[in-house]
Design a protein around this ligand. Structure first.
Ligand SMILES: [Fe+2]
Ligand SMILES: [Fe+2]
Length: 717
């Protein structure tokens, strides 16, 4: 059965340990001979186990319950990452938790090294596996049902598996998209039942509430019966195909765009629209002023069209494993990633738009239409707001989001990106928001491409309506310095491994080898810095500068030079408010034991003088999964000393730091510190002198959240 291996191994280890200690006590003279020999063996074992790219022996390969050592090592370097769910959000049968695709998924490894019989053995009376739909779209529910073999009497066991194959004619049984034992399926159902308050039948049924994005024409589910390989010898795992569904195809609506989101270029007359599709084609967007809300349809003449470009990426475009692996759970085809720039937009005007693909003969438009509102041009205080109390510009800022595979978790639990998404969407739907700033640690995909797709689907409700600007965090950029490939680095860093300062405390390796490629392909940024890695933009009275704490910021570095130039170029008469955003905080009230404050100190040494010199008002970051606001004017650890207000909003949904033992007490410069609430920061600019800052926490009783921190930032200009 499923738990046999681990239990047996534990018992064997315990027996060996007991036996060894007994001998050592009874024959002390042998200690001097045996201990050095044992130490040599241990040293050799450790060297072999922890050496990268060690060729595994057959015995090691067959020991399929152990995850690869490199992943375990990598995992040690991570902190507070959300669980990275499998494609179908499968639950562990031992504890009901989501299976982490990287670290706790023994089944993938077991299937990787198993042998297969890939033909259904019995024609008549075989096991049946059926899906309730054979044509679906992404987000649809799907229910599988199966029955035992009525002819042979063979029953489906808890350690038999159901696996998803796309395309449906995939011949290699090891190339599944996701797989679950029957025990996993039951655990997944139990979790759904308890979280949603519904009762799901766990008897020979798998209900999948939301089918994920898959860039293939069709899929099928297959059931395999599990057995030991040969005549009672426990030497491996064998799987025999017992049933499969008919092919499940994706209807035309599944070919609709996914991950629709917009971003600013820095010019108020422009907006960039991005989306992804299964099909290739020339991307096109039609847009029109939303000045007649009663008109359901517009004539062709009322729409303006704009064409754009497409890109994509392969596993081999990234820097190192696991991102470069095409094994189940790792790389997944992002589809065609389209970018279209709209021009000649008018300020403070609502637009409606549809995205589409031009195929030559015609255009396939999205079924859904979207809308956005342009901001005020830099420097302009809108007349409509000059006589009332509305802010002239408002932006939301948050970091450390993640993707909640447990869409059906009833309450907060360990992670809550969906709660934060709902909050942001509610605010965006009820208030004029000029932009949303996601300051790094976005999908925590770590080389699992399906999580990027899920992340972009998650944020679409607001990101398709409000310019959503991203920064890179440690979970977007970087690669290991010893095996990195600087040539592939999309940020243009040419030395292998990117930025690894000696004060970095081994902290700069958390992306699973993605090295910034997915984020740079999937999101756009103004073309005035270095792609999504560092850039700046103006909206109304605010200049926002986004930088990367994952790249060199020390004096003389390209990014430091650019930052100095950018800050120096700001005309404070036009954009009096100057905001700098970086994922890693420069001041914070929290320190993880393994990090120590060396990174903060390193960043202070690198850029604090610049922030002071150019009178930056607000510095917003994340990385620590908590909320923090410093005193105003913080510079060289002194309040009211001519520096900015520092804020940490690592509260976007990733597990909070509330229970961490390595959290230390707030400092003298701490005004507010909260490590127990998810939420977003909201900055409302009223004029050149007054900015109102709030932390809006997720509150299940209030769709617009609860304000748990607020302050005026006043500048006499
Ligand atoms: Fe984070
Ligand atoms: Fe981080």
């Amino acid at each position: 059965m499923i738990t046999e291996n681990s239990t047996n191994e534990d018992e064997v280890d315990e027996t060996r340990a007991t036996r060894c200690s007994g001998r050592c006590r009874n024959i002390p003279t042998l200690v001097w001979i045996l201990v050095p020999i044992a130490l040599i063996f241990i040293a050799q074992f450790l060297a072999a186990a922890f050496m990268p790219h060690t060729v595994k022996t057959d015995t090691e390969k067959n020991n399929s319950t152990l995850p690869p050592v490199s992943y375990l090592e990598e995992e040690k370097a991570l902190h507070s990452h959300p669980i990275r769910p499998t494609l179908l959000s499968i639950r562990d049968f031992t504890n009901g938790e989501l299976v982490d695709v990287h670290t706790k998924n023994y089944l993938y490894n077991q299937l990787k090294y198993a042998t297969y019989t890939n033909q259904i053995k019995s024609e008549k009376g075989s096991v049946l596996l059926q899906s309730d739909k054979n044509d679906i779209k992404f987000g649809d529910s799907l229910t599988l049902k199966w029955s035992d073999d009525s002819y042979t009497g063979e029953v489906v066991k808890d350690d038999d598996i159901i696996a998803l194959y796309c395309p449906s004619n995939e011949v290699n049984p090891k190339k599944f998209k996701d797989a679950a034992t029957i025990a996993h399926v039951k655990a997944t159902h139990r979790a759904l039942s308890s979280c949603q308050g519904h009762h799901y039948n766990t008897d020979k049924v798998w209900h999948i509430p939301s089918f994920p994005i898959i860039r293939e024409d069709s899929c099928e589910f297959r059931m395999y019966s599990h057995s030991k390989k040969s005549g009672g010898q426990d030497v491996g795992h064998h799987y025999t195909l017992t049933a499969k569904t008919d092919p499940i195809s994706f209807s035309s609506s599944s070919k609709d765009p996914t991950g629709v989101h917009i971003s600013v270029t820095g010019k108020v007359s422009e907006m960039v629209i991005q989306f992804a599709t299964v099909d290739s084609g020339k991307p096109i967007v039609k847009y029109a002023k939303k000045n007649d809300l009663n008109k359901i349809t517009k004539t062709d003449a009322e729409w303006t069209t704009a064409k754009g470009d497409s890109t994509t990426y392969a596993a081999s475009d990234m820097c190192q494993p696991p991102a470069t692996l095409t094994d189940p759970g790792h790389f997944s085809d992002p589809g065609h990633l389209h970018t279209v720039k709209l021009t000649n937009l008018q300020p403070r005007t609502e637009y409606e738009y549809r995205v589409g693909l031009s195929f030559g003969q015609g255009i396939k438009w999205s079924d859904t239409s979207f809308d956005f509102k342009t901001s005020s041009p830099p420097g302009v205080v809108p007349h409509s707001n000059s006589s009332n109390n509305d802010p002239v510009m408002t932006f939301l800022a948050v970091a450390d989001l993640g993707v909640d595979g447990s869409k059906f978790r009833k309450d907060a639990g360990a992670a809550n990106p969906n709660g934060v998404t709902k909050l942001i969407t509610s605010i965006v739907n009820n208030q004029t928001i000029d932009s949303v700033h996601l300051i790094g640690d976005l999908a925590y995909a770590h080389g699992s491409g399906h999580l990027w797709n899920a992340f972009q689907e998650m944020i679409q409700p607001y990101a398709s309506r409000v310019p959503t600007m991203v920064a890179v965090g440690n979970h977007e950029y970087d690669h290991n310095k010893t095996v990195g490939d600087g040539v592939k680095d999309p940020s243009g860093v040419t030395n292998p491994g990117g930025f690894h300062p000696n004060w970095g405390d081994g902290e700069f390796n958390s992306t699973g080898g993605e090295c910034g490629l997915p984020v740079s392909k999937r999101f756009a940024a103004p073309d005035n810095g270095n792609g999504v890695f560092w850039y700046s933009f103006d909206q109304s009275l605010v200049h926002t500068t986004v930088i990367s704490g994952e790249h060199n910021l020390t004096k003389g570095s390209p990014q430091h030079n650019w930052l100095k130039k950018d800050l120096a170029s700001v005309n404070r008469t036009i954009t009096p408010w100057l905001v700098v955003e970086t994922h890693r905080p420069i001041y914070n009230s929290e320190t993880h034991e393994m990090h120590k404050p060396v990174v903060q100190i390193g960043l202070q040494n690198s850029i604090e003088d610049l922030l002071h010199e150019y009178q930056v008002d607000l510095v917003i970051g994340g990385h620590y999964h908590s909320y923090f606001r410093s005193c105003d004017g913080l510079y060289e650890y002194k309040c009211d000393n001519g520096g900015p207000t520092y804020i940490t909003v690592g509260t976007g949904g990733a597990p909070l730091d509330g229970n961490k033992s390595q959290v230390i007490d707030p400092h003298h410069y701490t005004m507010t510190f909260d490590k127990s609430k998810w939420g977003v920061g909201r900055a409302s600019v009223f004029n050149s002198s007054m900015l109102y800052w709030e932390f809006v926490a997720v509150d299940h009783n209030k769709t617009l959240g609860s304000i748990i921190d607020k302050t005026w930032i006043i500048r006499y200009r």
